[in-house]
Design a protein around this ligand. Structure first.
Ligand code: PGA
Length: 250
């Protein structure tokens, strides 16, 4: 079965609750594409108004982060049950900004991934190399390690339903998009790694996004690659341009 594309916006720390509603109202007529699952990953405080604003549309609301414990004395964190009770279906796990500024590691990513699956939330698991790693030629080795740790103790059927976002750190928010060849090469290596950990069927099913300065002009070529199943979009997801990205094949 052909994999359905998945294009997700990552709003990062942007949009107040009222701005979130306004943006969804602006974007909802522009992001209609039956060939694509459309996800808006929004700040925690925007989740409830965003879900309300997206009712009756094809937009699904996701979170940008989640903690790996059920509940309790973890001031400031958001639990998986808080997300599911609000109606959240996806959660970004291990974005490079969380790794860099909030000390997330491959191990905490794995704990969060396991917890998300336990609660029926689909994780969008982020990986990606620094510019130095790319220049040193260790990109694939580094990403294979991130993937192997992220998927520890994850079952094959869980893995088949997961989303991986390959986001080279040097391409995030820089306007410097990876070449189609670079993006496809790494996404294929990720799929091969999943085949090694599990089997060919799981590797065929898992969806792998590219992220890092995706724009309306770069999206069509990127998403036409055999191992790129959509994108995780930061800056451009806050603009009407996101409609063009979602409708990349129209
Ligand atoms: P960008 O961000 O599209 O602004 O580069 C992508 C991301 O960080 O998910």
């Amino acid at each position: 079965m052909a994999r359905k594309k998945i294009i997700a916006g990552n709003w990062k720390m942007n949009m107040t609750p009222s701005q979130a509603v306004e943006l969804i109202n602006t974007l909802k007529p522009l992001v209609v594409n039956e060939d694509v699952d459309v996800v808006f990953c929004v700040p925690a405080i925007d989740i409830i108004p965003a879900i309300e604003a997206a009712k009756g549309t094809n937009i699904v609301i996701g979170a940008e982060n989640m903690y790996f414990e059920e509940k309790g004395a973890f001031t400031g964190e958001i639990s998986p049950e808080m997300l599911t009770d609000a109606g959240v279906k996806y959660v970004i796990i291990g974005h490079s900004e969380r790794r860099e500024y909030f000390a997330e590691t491959d191990e905490t990513v794995n704990k969060k991934v396991l917890k998300a699956f336990e609660h029926g939330i689909t994780p969008i698991i982020c990986c990606g190399e620094t510019l130095t790693q790319r220049e040193q030629g260790v990109t694939i080795d580094f990403i294979r390690q991130q993937i192997k740790i992220a998927f520890l103790n994850v079952t094959a059927s869980q893995a088949a339903s997961a989303v991986i976002a390959y986001e080279p750190i040097w391409a995030i928010g820089t306007g410097k998009v990876a070449t189609t060849k670079q993006a496809q090469e790494v996404c294929k290596a990720i799929r091969d790694c999943i085949a090694e950990i599990y089997d060919a069927e799981t590797a065929e099913a898992i969806r792998i996004q590219y992220g890092g300065s995706v724009s309306a002009s770069s999206a069509p070529e990127l998403f036409a690659q055999p191992d790129i199943d959509g994108g995780l979009v930061g800056g451009a997801s806050l603009k009407p341009d996101f409609g063009k990205i979602v409708c990349y094949n129209k």
